[in-house]
Ligand binder design. Sequence first.
Ligand code: PCA
Length: 203
Amino acid sequence: MKILITGFEPFGGELVNPSLEAVQHLENYIGGAEIIKRSLPVVFQKSVETLIGYIGAERPDAVICIGQAGGVSGITVERIAVNLMDAPIADNEGCQPEDMPVCADGPNAYFSSLPVKRIVQRIKDNGLPAFLSNSAGTYVCNNTMYGLLHHIEQHYPAMRGGFIHVPYIPEQVLDKPGKASMALGDIVKAARIAISVIASYAE
Ligand code: PCA
């Protein structure tokens, strides 16, 4: 099988985004699956358009988008994307939508079609903190997850898709006392586990 995994560019004044760092460290084959690694801009709608372009070019069996959730203390597997853009800060092109739908004629929400509970459990079984989350926020990550699941629903009913948020890496919290972080190697390990679960689940 083929799995497309994406990370985001840095945003919000950060110099790195752990999601993209982790994606770039992944091997090209994991658990028998071919891994396609790509980056997404932190820009409303452009992130979705870019992702849809990758999907059209690669026709993967599953799509995992990864993003940074500064302050979380573990791998955060998202269950739900909501049809709402309400940005606490401007995106990387200066856009800050407020109380707007992602898709005017779309449903209120989509559920991840990844095996979210299995992923959380397997990461924990490997000694790393992981949580199931019922909100991916209302910023670019939620927008991307919603756009992904909307596109899958309309065009690729057999494709699986979902979103995982990851913590800061230690170098990002040197000036943020009290903020949680996770070593990049552990985030990479968790991403590998998530991929392995998806690869075996589909068989
Ligand atoms: N995190 C942001 C957008 C890009 C990223 O890595 C979010 O959680 O919406």
